[in-house]
Design a protein around this ligand. Structure first.
Ligand SMILES: Nc1ncnc2c1ncn2[C@@H]1O[C@H](COP(=O)(O)OP(=O)(O)OP(=O)(O)O)[C@@H](O)[C@H]1O
Ligand SMILES: [Mg+2]
Length: 500
């Protein structure tokens, strides 16, 4: 099974109609510019599902017109390419002005979807960078964007991946690629921090008003915070971010670079750099080889998100005014994150979602005990959940038990789990669990296999993996078992850094 490229439909012309969204904010927010063309661009992969969302024919994406547009070689009528300016905190330190150094926004469609190229050339915000992205990191971004979407995790989408033989210089010479990304908005916390740091309160207000009116209109009619819409915005973003982090922690996703310039104002996962899905469960796992202090270790992510929200709150203070309002708005994170996380873990465990009360506390204890066992045994996270789901149906927990060294610990936990689940129908619970616990996740070594083949000119591995990740809860064919197996020994030697 694979997701091959469609044969390009040359007769189809761009069906996209563009309108002014972000562009209407004015030149304080961006620089208009043209993408820099790439030699000999070619379509490598396209997402039929993202195409459907954007409202373009899948076949059109492999047409010459689309390849030219999504490599930055041609600007279609109605597009208004630009790079936006933002700032941010990187690894806990104020980094000053950043901006789209290699991302170029082509425009917003009539359907309210922004289309952005990542790796389309230098911009005024490129600093020392070349404005490019290499094939290796672009494959990871393309695959993971669509994998996260299929897992139900809020994310920017990847419409297509376009390659070019142009040489790109990193630790070694690689080749260029462009990922065409989609999102209702690519605005980050860092956009707000930028104008706040410069004391540009009018631009700050303009940006906040734009975000509220477009994406959080309910904030206008808030009755909380004395009717302060900006405090309501902070609360809404805190809640979306909390929900996002609950998704990440439940699915075992480590982002790797949770700088404030990589935090979406819409609570989407953005910037697939040195990310990793956990193999063995380890809260201390650091997926970014450049993160020597472990600031962005897996288990620390929820606290980092809160820290980042605090930066956003500080940026919004000139608009919010009252410190108490900002504090109260941030407080919502501390309620929403645990509630969402426990709800997600209950779904993974096949437990009913209780209204409140005793079951709540005892479920939390059950979840915490399990996470401790998984961590102590460095148990493979995706395989554990998938085996648990099957065991629930069959009643045979031996394949799950085999994953633990501490058999007594597992047996004790299982007894409690069976008490919790005694009232539920095992077959029905198992069906739900198999929809909450994916068989296929983009483990590092799987991405690496696709990358190695692609570098040798073979995109079939990438296409096969893409097809599996687009339907991660399905069993798929027996020959696909390789893609759902334990990581090989060499997986632990893969080093993913910020070099991309
Ligand atoms: N090769 C490059 N050329 C120019 N600028 C770059 C390059 N790589 C990173 N940057 C810029 O450095 C800053 C931090 O980079 P970071 O790795 O967070 O983002 P990114 O991977 O480029 O993109 P995004 O956050 O849009 O997914 C950003 O301003 C980014 O645009
Ligand atoms: Mg970034």
């Amino acid at each position: 099974m694979s997701s091959p490229l469609p044969s390009g439909d040359a007769s189809a012309s761009s069906p996209l109609v563009w309108r002014n969204g972000f562009a209407a904010l004015g030149p304080a927010f961006f620089t208009e510019l043209q993408p820099t063309p790439l030699p000999a661009p070619h379509a490598i992969a396209v997402s039929a599902s993202a195409a459907g969302w954007l409202g373009v024919a899948h076949a059109w994406l492999a047409s010459d017109e689309a390849v030219q547009a999504f490599s930055g070689n041609a600007v279609l009528p109605g597009m208004q390419p630009m790079a936006s300016v933002y700032s941010g905190h990187q690894f806990g330190v104020w980094a000053g002005q950043l901006g789209d150094g290699r991302a170029i926004l082509l425009g917003e469609t009539e359907g309210g979807i922004e289309v952005q190229l990542k790796g389309a050339g230098r911009t005024p915000y490129s600093r020392m960078g070349d404005g490019r992205a290499v094939l290796r990191s672009s494959i990871r971004e393309f695959l993971c964007s669509e994998a996260m979407h299929a897992l139900g995790v809020p994310t920017t989408r990847a419409l297509c991946l376009t390659g070019s033989p142009a040489p790109i210089y990193r630790e070694e010479v690689e080749t260029a690629a462009v990922v065409t990304r989609l999102a209702p908005s690519f605005i980050r916390f860092g956009h707000f921090e930028h104008f706040a740091a410069r004391g540009q309160t009018e631009e700050l207000r303009q940006l906040a008003d734009y975000v509220i009116d477009r994406y959080y209109p309910g904030c206008r009619s808030t009755t909380a915070f004395g009717g302060n819409a900006y405090a309501a915005l902070l609360q809404a973003v805190s809640e979306r971010t909390a929900a996002l982090l609950a998704h990440w922690q439940a699915v075992g996703f480590c982002h790797g670079v949770m700088n404030t310039d990589n935090m979406s104002i819409l609570g989407l996962t953005i910037d697939y750099g040195p990310f990793q899905f956990l193999d063995a469960f380890d809260p201390g796992h650091i997926c970014n080889h450049s993160d020597s202090q472990g600031r962005y270790a897996f288990g620390g992510q929820p606290n980092v998100a809160y820290w980042n929200l605090y930066c956003l709150a500080q940026a919004l203070m000139p608009l919010i005014g009252e410190t108490e309002h900002a504090q109260a708005a941030l407080e919502s994170y501390k309620d929403v994150f645990p509630a969402e996380f426990v709800a997600r873990m209950r779904a993974k465990l096949g437990l009913p979602q209780p209204a409140a009360g005793d079951a709540q506390a005892s479920d939390v204890a059950l979840i915490e005990a399990l996470l401790q066992l998984l961590a102590a045994g460095k148990v493979d996270y995706p395989i554990f959940w998938r085996r648990l789901s099957h065991a629930r149906a069959s009643g045979d927990y031996e394949p799950v038990r085999d994953l633990f060294l501490d058999r007594a610990g597992w047996d004790a936990w299982l007894l409690t789990y069976q008490e919790h689940t005694a009232q539920t129908d095992p077959a029905r619970a198992a069906v739900a669990m198999l929809q909450a616990n994916p068989k296929f996740v983009l483990r590092n070594h799987l991405g690496e296999e696709a990358i190695r083949a692609a570098k040798a000119g073979d995109f079939s591995v990438l296409h096969t993996l893409q097809a599996l990740l687009e339907r991660p809860f399905d069993e798929h064919a027996e020959q696909d078992a390789h893609w759902a197996d334990f990581p090989p020994a060499w997986a632990s030697t893969i080093e993913i850094s910020c070099s991309s």
